[in-house]
Design a protein around this ligand. Structure first.
Ligand SMILES: [Zn+2]
Ligand SMILES: [Zn+2]
Length: 437
């Protein structure tokens, strides 16, 4: 059959192209030689040449097998993840580029968006350098990190009007502190917007009423909540006010930072930290957006941090604003801190993150075992009321869960460190977790 094909090809060649110099003979091929070696990502090419007439034939070489490191199911050359469908927990790898034990490996946030999974990384305290957008593609089954943020860390992924953004938490660009960055995902590619005045630190973003808002940390006190009316092309700062309409007194402070936003009851709230002048003390205050101003609402009582994020998640649901910050809190009125209710999980677990999926709340939590592993427990609830949480997954692991997302079939849990376990090498791992049947 093969000979016939070659003969037909030669005849066709004569008939169509008139390459009359090719004699009508049976080719005498040399051995196949590799022109392009195959890899685990791409087929290779090999060819052979007729020793009489130099007629050339080529054929593909099938892809090479993946090469897995010991005890790993991630191919070291192409970052393909070999999922074991029988396993309830699959390690998808610590794909951050930092040395083991570095805080910069921690998965500050996990976000599934448009067929891909994005994970946070980096350290803006110790300054770990430019931060890659570490991406898992569900279609190819591979990790990649093509785009790079010129910021020391990526801490949050924020969806605004169907688009994905991340605030630039500590710009490394030349020009000092005059401008800050945020990043927008445009057709699968992260684009840097370097246009936030004095925005050296951008911590959170929110879309509200057709405008975009950025939580900024600067060396000044006043400039801390930035607004853009032109889809993020230009930014200006909102004034800070008191309840009574007067200007908020910033004189005791030397700088401020807006760490987090929460939309609730047809407005949004911002968590501001003010540094007291000449002291190491901070005031943590909540401000309410009101018609172009940020108006003081109350002292913040929900300020424990699970990772580097204050308010790891915050969303409105069932007439409450649910906030995670080591615990799970339900707020009914930001101006009345005594109504901020901590919701206890069944075994008093610490809470890392919470998400809504199909109008149910999923909570990522953990307990510390005596053997210094950590029991991660994922709960779900249809109401958010204490006592309504049922376990949907649990497993022991050598790192603390930090952040997660859910695609309806699996949870994707990112881990970080905790005291003695910080150097376990497991902190910074992405895990695929199967819900209980
Ligand atoms: Zn030949
Ligand atoms: Zn491979």
């Amino acid at each position: 059959m093969k000979k016939l094909t070659v003969l037909l090809a030669a005849l066709l060649c004569l008939a169509l192209l008139g390459c009359s110099k090719e004699p009508q003979h049976q080719h005498t091929f040399g051995t196949w030689r590799v022109t392009t070696a195959s890899t685990c990502k791409k087929e290779g090419i090999e060819r052979r040449i007729c020793t009489e007439c130099q007629f050339e034939e080529s054929r593909p070489i099938e892809k090479a097998p993946h090469t897995y490191l010991k005890d790993s199911n991630i191919c070291k050359s192409c970052k393909y993840v070999n999922f074991d469908d029988a396993a309830s927990v699959v390690e998808m790898g610590n794909t951050a580029p930092y040395e083991a034990g570095n805080v910069a490996n921690y998965v500050w946030d996990v976000k599934i968006f448009d067929g891909k999974l994005y994970r946070g990384a980096g350290d803006y305290d110790k300054n770990s350098g430019d931060t890659p957008f570490i991406t898992f593609d569900f279609e190819t089954g591979r990790w990649s990190s093509v785009d790079i943020a010129t910021d020391e860390a990526i801490h949050r992924f924020v969806e605004i009007d169907g688009k994905l953004y991340t605030p630039g938490i500590d710009s490394r660009d030349s020009g000092g502190w005059a401008l800050g960055n945020y990043y927008a995902l445009e057709n699968g590619k992260w684009q840097k917007m370097r246009n936030v005045p004095n925005g050296i630190h951008c911590f959170d973003m929110i879309g509200f009423g057709g405008k975009m808002y950025l939580g900024v940390g600067t060396e000044t006190v006043e400039n801390t909540v930035a607004v853009s009316s032109d889809a993020g092309k230009t930014w200006s700062y909102l004034p800070l006010h008191n309840h009574d309409g007067g200007k908020f007194d910033t004189s005791p402070y030397e700088w401020s930072r807006t760490y987090a936003f929460a939309e609730f009851k047809d407005t949004f709230y911002a968590l501001l930290q003010f540094k007291k002048t000449g002291a190491t003390a901070y005031d943590m205050l909540v401000f309410r957006y009101d018609d172009g101003k940020m108006v003081y609402a109350a002292e913040n009582t929900i300020n424990a941090r699970v990772s580097r994020n204050y308010w790891q998640s915050a969303f409105e649901w069932k007439d409450k604003c649910f906030i995670t910050a080591n615990g799970l809190y339900a707020v009914t009125d930001f101006a009345k801190p005594d109504t901020h209710k901590k919701i206890e999980l069944p075994k008093g677990e610490m809470v890392s993150d919470a998400i809504l999926y199909n109008n149910e709340m999923y909570v990522l939590s953990c307990l510390f075992n005596e053997d210094s592993t950590i029991k991660t427990v994922i709960y779900k609830s249809a109401t958010g009321e204490e006592g309504s949480f049922t376990e949907v997954a649990s497993f022991d692991y050598g790192a603390r869960p930090y952040s997660f997302d859910f695609d309806g079939s699996y949870f994707y849990v990112g881990t970080g460190g905790v005291l003695s376990l910080e150097h376990s090498g497991k902190a910074g791992m992405l895990l695929r977790v199967k819900p209980n049947a």
